[in-house]
Each structure stands twice: as C-alpha cells, then as structure tokens.
Design a protein. Sequence first.
Length: 354
Amino acid sequence: MTKSSENFQDNHSNAVVTHTSEAIVAEDFIRSERNIEKEPELQRESKSFWNDAWDQLRRNKLAVIGMIGLILLIVLAFIGPMLSSHDFAEQDVQRRDLPAKIPVLDQIHFLPFDGQGSDGHDAYKEAGVKENFWFGTDQLGRDMWSRTWQGTQVSLFIGIAAAILDIFVGVIYGAISGFFGGRIDNFMQRLIEIIASIPNLIVVILFVLIFEPSLWTIILAMTVTGWIGMSRVVRGEFLKLKNQEFVLASRTLGSSKPKLIFRHILPNALGSIIVTSMFTVPSAIFFEAFLSFIGIGVPAPKTSLGSLVNDGRQMLLIHPHELFIPAIILSLLILFFYLFSDGLRDAFDPKMRK
C-alpha cells in the first residue's frame, strides 16, 4: 500500500469520527430521575429441588385431585372396617343379597341407597333385618362395606409390597449394570432379556402350583419380572450421571465405588425412581385383580378388590351392586394413582418447570 493511500484512509476515518461526534449532542440524552440506590433488589427465593417439585405438583390440578383421592381411599381402607359392627367374613344367610342402604339417603328413593330391591319392595323389611348395610350384603350374607375396605387394604398391600421389592432389586441391579458398564453391563442386560422373554402369567401360575397359594406367593411371583422396568430406568440414569463433573471430582478425591454409587449418583436419580415406583403400584394392583378374576388370586377367607369383582360377576343380572361397588373402588384407586404418578413425573422433569 502506498503512502498516499494511507493518508487518504486516515483522513477518511477522521472525517467519519468528526461527523459522528458532531451528530451526537448532550441534549439527546435524558437523565433519569430514579435513584438506583433506593430501587428494590429483584431476588428470587432460594428453593431446593424438592421445593420446586412440590410447587410444580401443586399447580397440576389433576395431580392434586389424584393425591386427595388416594388419601381418602387409604383412610377409608383402614377405618372403614372399624365403622361396621360386622366382620368381613361373618356369614348370615338370612340377610343374603341385601341392597345398599344408608341412613338419611334411604329417604331419597331415586338414589341406589334406599334399601329397595329390584322389585321395588323393602328388602330389609322382607328379610326381617333392622340394621343397615351401607354397601349391602353378598350371596352369603356378608357385609359388603367391611369386605370392600378389607379388600382395598389387601390390594394396597400387594401393590406397595410389589413396588418395594421392585425398587430393592431393580435399583441395585440397574445401578451395578449402569455404573460398571462394559462386559458386566452386556452380560446383565442379556440376562434381563432372557427373564423378560418369559410371560409373567406363566411365572405366576407356576408359583401358585409349586408353592402354597398365599398373599406372598402372588407378590413374589409378580416381583420375578416386575423389577426389570425399574432396573432399566436406573441403568439409564447411571449411564447419564456417572460421567458428570461432580462424580469425576469425587472419583479424583479417592471416593470408593460403593460411595460413588449410593452417595453421589443414586440421590440424583431419586426423581426417576420415585416416579417409576408410583406407576408400579397401580400396575401391581391391576395384575392382582386380573389374577383374582381368573381364579388364582388371593385365597379365601382373605379378599381383595379383584376377588370381590369376581364374586360379584356371578350376580350381575340379579344383584348388580355386588359387582359395581368393588369395581368402582378399584377403578378409582387405579385412576387416582395414575393421576398422581403423572403429576409426579411432570414435577420431577426439569423440562416441565415454568
């Protein structure tokens, strides 16, 4: 570049700066009267992960409905049998197949709690029964109120026990598989594929045939394959978290492998574990109801909602209340669990935060 061209560029730059400085004057700027020092500081309240999840859950109306409904059903399941003077296994043929009758509501004849039979007559007066049965009685004269809530207890116990066993087995198995990876992970995942290829119904039938039919037999039979879904969720979380900076820092500081698994990685996967376990409970309840419906469920004299639905199925055309009452409770229980579980899933998902 020649000397003359350099002089031309310098002169052009000086001209632009001069033109710009002349165009911008002090009157173009207006001084604000606001005192910055007296302005309030905009600060967000510090919240933990669990507080944020709770706030997100409270905004979900369906999840709140599911939570309240679950609480009501659980409370009724435990105090309901105490409100009746009859045991759930107490039989009396004289009061068999009585319709539902609730005091005060029995005066409103278009409601199904007036104690009238299908022919419109007072079934209680015809049977010579003076006491009221809120959910009626079954074909053996047993109190349906006590049996329904006793069955709800059993169904809840099966669902929660199955979920706890799934968490225990699935979390340990998935944590080991995801943390170590490599050949250990490949071997453990091939083993899962072999177990998952066996139909769950066949496993349950074999357990019932080999062992004595009982509540724990059904729970253990469901756990044989039920933990697989939990283990896959935990494995995915460990594969995602084990290379994060906080894990590498702990590893550099000399933390042992069990400490890395159970103290550093596992607490950060609790959200997914809780959500998965909440979906496990209604699945176990529904599966037990299906087993009871086909006749291999909870053995007598114990009862569950599935057993009550199976017993009421035989009386559907004559005394439909024996089917509809436990079926409605079972449907509400599963519905409330799914609504609450879906709300928990959204609450623990950072992508759903507002």
